[in-house]
Design a protein around this ligand. Sequence first.
Ligand SMILES: NC(=O)c1ccc[n+]([C@@H]2O[C@H](COP(=O)([O-])OP(=O)(O)OC[C@H]3O[C@@H](n4cnc5c(N)ncnc54)[C@H](OP(=O)(O)O)[C@@H]3O)[C@@H](O)[C@H]2O)c1
Length: 361
Amino acid sequence: MSEKLKVGILGGTGMVGQRFISLLENHPWFEVTTIAASPRSAGKSYEEAVGGRWKMTSPMPEAVKKITVMNVNEVEKVAAKVDFVFSAVDMTKEEIKKIEEEYAKTETPVVSNNSAHRWTPDVPMVVPEINPEHMQVIEFQKKRLGTTRGFVAVKPNCSIQSYAPVLTAWKEFEPTEVVATTYQAISGAGKTFKDWPEMVGNIIPYIGGEEEKSEKEPLRIWGKLENGVIVPAVSPVITCQCVRVPVLNGHTAAVFVKFNKKPTKEQLIEKLVNFKGVPQELELPSAPKQFIQYLEEDNRPQVSMDVDYEKGMGISVGRLREDTVYDWKFIGLSHNTVRGAAGGAVLCAELLKAQGYITKK
Ligand SMILES: NC(=O)c1ccc[n+]([C@@H]2O[C@H](COP(=O)([O-])OP(=O)(O)OC[C@H]3O[C@@H](n4cnc5c(N)ncnc54)[C@H](OP(=O)(O)O)[C@@H]3O)[C@@H](O)[C@H]2O)c1
């Protein structure tokens, strides 16, 4: 029998679910054994349920084609087959909150891509390079849920990945004010140009709920565990505008920063390229070797050249220059469905396994 942990993908037929399935093909620790989706797909083979909706550039892995899709709502049945699940279902926030806790209560850890639990005080929201210690709040969550191994852990929104790691690398210079504009890819809405032709040559200046997430979520990631909950940081103040642009994959951010302690350009670049975290120290399978790269050329980072840096798990930064109103400005880029969604969640699960929170049932 395989020693790998048995993984279920809730919402496995959707865009993020497909990304999970692609990323987990040949994973050294995890094996996708179970896929669940809406009752519309339940009972069909994965290949049949996805039909013409396969959106990845790599072909559908052979190992999953014949898996019979289960109904996400049959919690006990799905949970009985797996050691833990990744969640990427598209339901209402309340439904997701409830169903993810139902899975946790069957003693099945849930690593979620959804926003529903991002502000539940005892649920860790983690970028493994930034706040791996937040996983300790799981012990308090388990007490609330009455579980011994079941819990929910989440990753943050895709939009913040192009600047939150950068600001973390610059923490000792004490950023106080941040103004960010994000230029976000259409895959962030689960779409390709085929299903969203209106986006060809277009820009839409609105992404529902995104600006609030972009302003607030970094503060929770920089927060502290106190009395069994994560208390968000209060600084820096972040204000953000989020714009949908005609790009398939890759969220770009144009960012202005004011600091308490004025750094030089050399100091800022040095902090970026040397920024490492627990995933690099532990050499987790999905960890980028170099988390943040700095590109000197004036026309970088570019989506078409840089989005796949470190297999989509790294952050590319460029155009760092002094500003007349703020202190410094830069451009950041990250892959929204890899680092920003499924890849970020896979790295969280690898961290949870390394920390002993996810084990074989
Ligand atoms: N796309 C991104 O980059 C991104 C990034 C961060 C977060 N997210 C979030 O991740 C979630 C999934 O996004 P997505 O883009 O992958 O969506 P999607 O392509 O629309 O996929 C949705 C998945 O949820 C299932 N589903 C839909 N309604 C359901 C129901 N009533 N009961 C049970 N399952 C149901 C679908 O199953 P069927 O195939 O059977 O309909 C499918 O597997 C969303 O909450 C989204 O906000 C997405």
